[in-house]
Design a protein around this ligand. Structure first.
Ligand SMILES: Cc1cc2nc3c(=O)[nH]c(=O)nc-3n(C[C@H](O)[C@H](O)[C@H](O)COP(=O)(O)O)c2cc1C
Length: 474
């Protein structure tokens, strides 16, 4: 029998009260208000590690959601991604109480220079013994730009151009600046590092000038596993060059497959193999001991979901809740003097009521399942075999019930079906878990590998270029 494809299983988290399931933090027993308590993270990490998860994935933003209703009030009231503590800093606490759990962490390429970030990620890769991944984002909040000295957001495609140079600097530092055997720690000769094995990178680009050498010696993975979420043409091209794991979606199997194929084509354009890119999706899974118990939980979550939270999160530039439900969206936009081009995702000819119901209920997407462990496992098997998905970021409705329920009920069922490894089989670096034993480092054909051993440091890579004049600015 052909080997069964296994699920790459992450919990989706954010160091905040309300990440993506708005309105649920006050539910009985939900302990999201503890997100700034170090014990929250160590307890959660242990639940995940012992419960069979591969990793925890931490989202991040660096600004307030202040577009909806023209200010941050709604977001603040909702606990919507503010307050939000630094996700990089909770990782060592979790690493200290686990041995195998992986950590995916979000950081933006747009605002902070690369040298300090290279250092922080190398530090985390050392402290976690090679269990760290980076979710590369370019940041979408206007307030983030205002926090870092800019008048407004950098246009969308230009952000990807900036990100491309950012990663080039990082690869030079992570892959090219130090040889693996540079640190000798030779007591007899009193030599800590062999200086002939460490080099400057002398990067001079359009946006960054970084001389190096890297200030941290090589870690297990050197470059952390590179994650990215995208659907735009510029983002897909960027993913084709850089990303190892992409979040993608689709409302149907065909759409998902088409999206994934587009990204694989992009990878091939950048000299990589189709299987060098894995795909994960955000999944809503509500499991119960009976179908009824699961349905009740789902009902509870839906009934408590906050429309205000969802609207503030989507940075809707018009407050549709202030209009009668029976007028069309087009009419509401006209009255609010907001151009339809600012809200391309809204159905203009529908009524305001229909649009609000659509936005409020849009979680009922392809990767959602409510039921017993058997129902859930059947569905996950379809995602793996029919859609071609490699893994999921499990959406949390309740902390820690979502993770515990999945660990107690679904993990044993998936293990029984050969869809998750037994605890004893687990590999130790994050990249090995994704790409197999012995693959702790970037593959040779990845663009970051061109700097290995100091090669190509004076041979610049062709930068990614987009038609930034035509790029949308959101
Ligand atoms: C599952 C998922 C997680 C994301 N997490 C973050 C995040 O933590 N921080 C952030 O700024 N953007 C996050 N994003 C947004 C993406 O980085 C990106 O802006 C978005 O997918 C649109 O990309 P595109 O404009 O290239 O299509 C996330 C997107 C998805 C689908």
């Amino acid at each position: 029998m052909a080997e069964r494809k296994q699920l790459f299983l992450n919990l989706f988290e954010m160091a905040t009260a309300s990440h993506i399931t708005h309105g649920l933090w006050p539910l009985p027993g939900n302990n999201r208000e503890r997100f700034a308590d170090i014990d929250y993270w160590t307890e959660l990490a242990q639940i995940l590690e012992h419960g069979g998860f591969d990793g925890i994935f931490l989202a991040d933003v660096i600004g307030a959601y202040d577009v909806f209703r023209g200010g941050p009030e709604t977001a603040l009231r909702e606990g919507l991604q503010s307050p939000n503590i630094d996700p990089l800093l909770v990782i060592p606490a979790m690493a200290a109480v686990t041995e195998r759990l992986g950590f995916g962490v979000t950081f933006s390429t747009t605002y902070e220079p690369p040298f300090a970030f290279a250092r922080r990620m190398s530090t985390l890769d050392h402290l976690t013994k090679g269990r760290v991944g980076w979710n590369v984002v370019t940041s979408y909040l206007p307030n983030a730009a205002h926090n870092f000295g800019l008048d407004g957001e950098v246009p969308h495609d230009l952000r990807y151009q900036y990100a491309d140079e950012y990663l080039d600097v990082l690869y030079k530092l992570w892959e090219g600046s130090w040889d693996d055997d540079a640190v000798v720690a030779d007591r007899a000769n009193k030599i800590f590092t062999d200086p002939s094995k460490v080099r400057y990178i002398n990067h001079v680009g359009e946006r960054h000038r970084v001389s190096g050498p890297h200030i941290v010696h090589p870690s297990r993975q050197r470059t952390p596993v590179l994650f990215q979420a995208t659907g735009s043409p510029a983002g897909i091209e960027f993913a084709g060059r850089h990303a190892e794991v992409v979040f993608t979606g689709g409302r149907t199997t065909e759409e998902f497959r088409r999206n994934a194929d587009g990204m694989r084509d992009a990878a091939v354009r950048h000299g990589r193999e189709r299987e060098d890119v894995k795909f994960i999706a955000m999944a809503g899974i509500i499991v119960g001991r009976t179908e009824e118990e699961a349905a009740d939980k789902w009902k509870l979550y839906r009934e408590n979901s906050s429309l205000d939270g969802i609207l503030a999160h989507s940075s809707l530039p018009v407050d549709l809740t202030a209009f009668p439900r029976d007028i069309t969206v087009a009419e509401a936009l006209r009255r609010a003097d907001v151009s339809p081009s600012k809200v391309p995702f809204l159905p203009l000819e529908r009524t305001v009521g229909q649009a609000l119901d659509f936005v409020g209920g849009s979680r009922d997407d392809r990767f959602l399942v409510v039921g017993t462990a058997k129902t859930v496992a059947d569905e996950i098997e379809k995602w793996l075999d029919e859609d071609g998905l490699d893994g999921i970021n499990l959406r949390q409705y309740h902390s820690f019930d979502t993770a515990r329920d999945f660990a107690e009920l679904v993990v044993p069922e998936l293990r029984k079906r050969g869809r998750l490894p037994d605890e004893s089989e687990r590999s130790d670096t994050l990249r090995e878990r994704l790409f197999g034993a012995g693959n702790s480092r970037l593959p040779d054909r990845h663009i970051g590998a061109r700097y290995r051993g100091g090669a190509n440091l004076d041979n610049p890579v062709e930068p990614l270029r987009f038609d930034t004049a035509n790029a949308a600015s959101f």
